[in-house]
Design a protein around this ligand. Structure first.
Ligand SMILES: [Zn+2]
Length: 195
C-alpha cells in the first residue's frame, strides 16, 4: 500500500501524508496530516474564543449593571411588557408543555413555528374571544394549548389553541361524558321552557 484515502477530505494521498497510529488496522491515522492540522487549529480557535468570552464576562456584567442602575425599573418593565406579547405567550406555552410532557412521559416535538399559525382570535370550541398573555394566572378566556388526543402528546397536528375554559371542561371529561352532559342540559332546559 502506497496510497490511502483520507476520511475527511476524501483525497487519495501517499501514505507518507498520514501520521502513524498504532491502534488502527493499517497502523496509520484515518485522516491526512493536513486535515489533522486543520482540526487542531479549529480546536485552538474554539478554545481561544472561550477564553475571550470568559475574560469579558466580568466586563459585560459591569456594563449591564451600570445600565440597570441608571435605568431603574426598566428591566422589570420590559420583562413584564414582553410577557404580554405574542412571543411571551409562545415561550410560556412551550415551556409549560415541555415540562408537562416530561412529567407525563408523552411525546413533545413542537416549536414556535408550529404554534404561531394556530393562534386564533376566538376559541374554536366555545367562541370566546381569546386573550394571549405570557404571565399571570389563567382566566376563562386565556388562550391555552390543547392536545387533541391527549395521549399522543405535543406533536404537530395534535395541538390546538382553545380557551382555558374549554380546555378545563375537556380535560375533566371523556367525549361521551361531554355529549351526555350536553344532551341532558339541552333536554332539561327545553322541558323547563315548555312547562
Ligand atoms: Zn485529508
Amino acid at each position: 500500500m502506497t496510497e490511502k484515502i483520507c476520511t475527511v477530505c476524501k483525497e487519495q494521498k501517499l501514505i507518507e501524508r498520514f501520521s502513524k497510529r498504532a491502534r488502527s488496522m493499517d497502523g496509520l491515522s484515518c485522516c491526512c496530516r493536513e486535515c489533522k492540522k486543520k482540526s487542531r487549529n479549529k480546536e485552538r480557535d474554539a478554545l481561544s474564543n472561550k477564553l475571550w468570552y470568559q475574560k469579558n464576562k466580568e466586563r459585560r456584567r459591569e456594563v449591564h449593571k451600570a445600565w440597570q442602575e441608571s435605568n431603574p425599573g426598566k428591566k422589570e418593565a420590559s420583562t413584564a411588557a414582553w410577557r404580554r406579547t405574542e412571543a411571551g405567550w409562545l415561550s410560556r406555552m412551550l415551556a409549560n408543555a415541555r415540562s408537562r410532557a416530561a412529567k407525563k412521559g408523552i411525546p413533545f416535538s413542537i416549536d414556535k413555528d408550529d404554534l404561531k399559525p394556530l393562534m386564533v382570535s376566538h376559541c374554536p370550541a366555545l367562541g370566546i374571544e381569546l386573550v394571549y398573555h405570557g404571565a399571570g394566572g389563567n382566566r376563562y378566556d386565556s388562550a391555552s394549548l390543547d392536545r387533541i388526543v391527549p395521549s399522543l402528546g405535543y406533536v404537530p397536528g395534535n395541538i390546538a389553541v382553545i380557551s382555558y375554559k374549554a380546555n378545563r371542561m375537556k380535560s375533566d371529561s371523556t367525549t361521551e361524558e361531554l355529549l351526555m352532559l350536553a344532551k341532558w342540559v339541552a333536554d332539561n332546559t327545553l322541558s323547563m321552557e315548555v312547562a
